[in-house]
Design a protein around this ligand. Sequence first.
Ligand code: DGJ
Length: 715
Amino acid sequence: MGSQAAPDDVHITIETQQTALVIRVDKEKIATIVHLGPKLRNTAEYAAIPANGKRGEDYTGIYNSAYTSAGSRNLLEPAIQVTHADGNPSLDLKYVRHETQSIADGVVLTKVYLKDPQYPFEVTLFYKAYQKEDVIEQWSSIRHTEKKPVVLQKYASANLYIPAQNYYLTHFHGDWANEMNPSEVPLTEGIKILDSKLGTRADLFQPPSFLVSLNQPADEDRGEVIAGTLSWSGNFQLAFEVDPLHNLRIIPGINPYASAYTLAPGVEFTTPAFLFTYSNKGKGGASRSFHRWARKHRIPQGEGNRLTLLNNWEATYFDFNEEKLGALFKDGKKLGVDLFLLDDGWFGNKYPRNNDKTGLGDWQENVKKLPHGLGYLVKEAESAGIKFGIWLEPEMVSPKSELYEKHPDWVIKLPNRSEYYFRNQLVLDLSNPKVQDFVYGIVNDLLTKNPTLGYIKWDCNAVIYNAYSATIQNQSNLYVDYVQGLYKVLERLRTKYPTLPMMLCSGGGGRVDYGALKYFTEYWPSDNTDALERVFIQWNYSYFFPSIASCNHITDWGKQPIKFRTDVAMMGKIGYDIVVSKLTEPELQFSQQALKTYENIKNVIWKGDLFRLASPYTNDVASAIYVSESQDRAVWFTFLVKNRYKAGSTAPIKLNGLDPAKNYRIQELNVYPGASSAINKNTATYSGNYLMTIGFDPQVDTRRTSVVLEITDVK
Ligand code: DGJ
């Protein structure tokens, strides 16, 4: 069945500059995927592509369905499974029509309308193709006009199909302070599922982001790679099924676990979007596409500016008062940052927030610590010459809080089970519109009272235990309605405060996804700020997220000297969480100079193309370079990650991304006071061709454990 195109088959081509996803619709009105990969020069030739990679018999003709429906003839993992109002558990989706329109400069939206012939039940598949960035954003909307509600048992965002000889999946796992450890595994016949059932802080154990390399294990610069990430901040499921024909099916979406969704007639259910990019230039090509896309199309002010900041969390924890903070403002100014960020512990009076057991939900200044209120602090910081920002965890509540006493029904918990806490706290029920208003009100009040407040760090430290809402009608809608409720709040805030810088934090990197990053200017990758650990953590986030959004703070974690810590932090958005007054004179002098240097190079790091040159997993050093779009400047970082005898950059490292025809000068930055750089004594220039073919040795060894080089075009 369905192995060859018939003359009157319809071909729907979803194309970017390099990539094509081709859907074929046959005379039975079945929509299947016949191609995902490089785009063909001649569109007419898509019709010649055999179905299913033509590898044998597909009993159903729908192994490669564009959106596999369960319950009729499907034999494999479905994308959608429903129980109709009359109890019928089957769904059949037939193509009705499609339309393609350009919706913005370089953005083309294709809609494919599908319908069940027996029921008033419709699905629309959306494919937004970002031309220049080579990213496709796919989601579905589901609607019916049956007499009573329909239960959606599964409702994936996408359903991809790819034939190759072998498939290698790179996924990431971890825990608190140990985020983003990669594992690369060959996919064999059957299903591999990556998922989260945590509700909130959903990425604590693994994020909804992955790479699939086709035919051979993923390489940085070569080979075919599909990188994907689900824009959803709740429970997700990514299913990878190698089917009986040895083709790969990828079905990402909301986790169906405990989430059979009751959908009323006439209401539209929109799935979160799945973002993917195909690269035939290895993992590097895929991540550069995601970075460009995120900066231009997703992250607020993605191509704009960011503030450097000094945070007090590790400097004071909960123990501070106005006097201490006043001194820290001055320290921040002396250091040279733009903003001071006041972290946890500033609120709660009946149950003061003096440790992590009380006060969440009571967002009034603690009168003992801050007798003059936040307005006073904002002004004090401003008169010290820096802006003021604040930490919030507005989705959460402490069992000991006035909020919980007043509104026990606003808390997610089971009526007949003992409360179970994660970091001594509970989660507010954001599926309840009253709670949404409360959370919005907290932030809006703060910003109304303090219009010059310059920054918000939005934390989220607990997972959902005992999932149950006091107000929702269908308990299995809760996980989904929670996230939708959160997005409603964030949408309202962003509409009113479009330019406010906001950090997405979740006890470290428990919520790093493009659903939330639509509202946040930056994210907190991990509470682990040991710079050696950060080399690895930041390396892995960099497959999906651009450096401008990565908050890299210099703290006292780990044993690395301040130069190493600063150099690692410069690979994204630099910040500090240290006691400035404890820095030695050379450390302070180095840091002040580093911030000035950063000012000069930050745009290359934030907006340039990232090329990972030497992986910390397979080398003594980790090395990566950011190259400006016009290839006239680059900033190159190399770090020693192993400490064995003679470990270091013993051979030249080949650069990447430069213009072979240009001549470049190499200058070492962040040279520590009193040290000298042999590289800076060398006045030679090198062609891009030489640097990319032969390379250059940054001279990293146990005495020079981190080296930052600026590469500049000599006109
Ligand atoms: C967890 C965050 O990741 C930390 O940076 C800090 O803000 C604490 N929460 C405060 O409770």
